[in-house]
Design a protein around this ligand. Structure first.
Ligand SMILES: Nc1ncnc2c1ncn2[C@@H]1O[C@H](COP(=O)(O)OP(=O)(O)OP(=O)(O)O)[C@@H](O)[C@H]1O
Ligand SMILES: [Mg+2]
Length: 291
């Protein structure tokens, strides 16, 4: 049958082909990314998990253009990624807010930087303040608009950082363990908030985490990475409806995939070998005791 040319497959939003990243030389050389191939669809929510040092942050920073790849091809909307771009915003674990600016000014700051003062029109200023107000409401920050970062909880500071990243309407949001420093209850609230933001803003999100449960609850797809050398081990579609609710964490499909991913992370990180070694050592210990 002739292929249907009227509906060509949509090009991925982000695409990596044969991407390598190495740090250092000679004996100090580290392969942080080995031959990474990855397609991330427009409006996808993709989570990256894996043992410490498997290259999650390096992959994210390379997608952000903050790190230059050593080899391979990396594209956003078909255009090569050769540095940071306004269509890709990054949110870090540590909120990196400006302590001397209040919440509203922190959110508006990146937009002000992007438009040169002389070129800024009244319409620009009005559009920016409308967007900032909408983001304040979306993130539940309207009541603290004039507060300074030091007066806010960690969860609130991270909401400000996310609002600031969203200010220039990025198409891609790259998040590196953004909720890693928050307590469990605040994280749950932030999970539902970021899912809401994703639905509303239709942003493509790439989200790095250590936490398999977080990766499964948020992601449409979980990319599992492995260390030494840093590489993609496997990609897992998440068998849950797009509209997530906290009770889905108890669904058999959720718990089964969680177990599979945890076992795989343990296996790829060499942690299993350590457990075997421990078992051997304790067996050896019991022989000694028996003597
Ligand atoms: N600037 C750098 N210089 C040298 N080596 C680096 C640099 N950045 C990362 N690496 C190395 O690259 C590898 C991947 O690091 P990366 O930070 O991407 O891992 P990660 O998966 O994000 O780890 P974690 O879960 O601990 O944050 C590690 O071995 C790390 O030591
Ligand atoms: Mg990291």
């Amino acid at each position: 049958m002739a292929p249907d040319l009227s509906s060509p497959a949509k090009a991925p939003k982000l695409q990596a082909r044969g991407v390598w990243k190495t740090f250092g030389h000679g004996t100090a050389r580290t392969v942080a990314l080995q031959d990474v191939d990855l397609d991330i669809a427009d409006n996808a929510f993709v989570t990256l998990v894996g043992a410490s040092g498997c290259g999650k942050s390096t992959l994210l920073r390379t997608l952000a253009g903050l790190e230059h790849r050593s080899a391979g091809d990396l594209r956003c909307d078909g255009q090569p990624i050769d540095g940071p771009g306004r269509e890709r915003a990054m949110v870090f674990q540590h909120y990196s807010l400006y302590p001397w600016l209040n919440v509203l000014d922190n959110i508006r700051f990146s937009r002000q930087l992007a438009t040169h003062t002389r070129d800024r029109t009244d319409a620009d200023v009005e559009a920016a303040s409308g967007r900032a107000d909408a983001l304040l409401r979306l993130m539940g920050l309207a009541h603290v608009a004039r507060a300074y970062p030091s007066q806010l909880s960690g969860g609130m500071q991270q909401r400000v950082a996310i609002a600031r990243a969203l200010m220039s309407r990025p198409q891609v949001l790259l998040m590196d363990e953004p909720f890693g420093a928050l307590d469990a209850q605040t994280r749950e609230v932030m999970h539902d908030l970021i899912l809401h933001v994703h639905r509303l803003e239709r942003t493509t999100i790439v989200f790095v985490t250590h936490d398999v449960e977080e990766a499964l609850y948020l992601g449409h797809q979980v990319v599992l990475m492995a260390p030494r050398p840093g590489r993609i081990d496997s990609i897992h579609p998440v068998p849950l409806p797009a509209l997530r609710t906290q009770d889905m964490k108890l669904a058999p499909a959720f718990t089964a995939l969680k177990r599979t991913l945890l076992e795989r992370i343990r296996a790829t990180s060499g942690m299993q070998t350590d457990t075997e070694l421990l078992a051997r050592l304790s067996r050896a210990g019991s022989i000694d005791l028996a003597r």
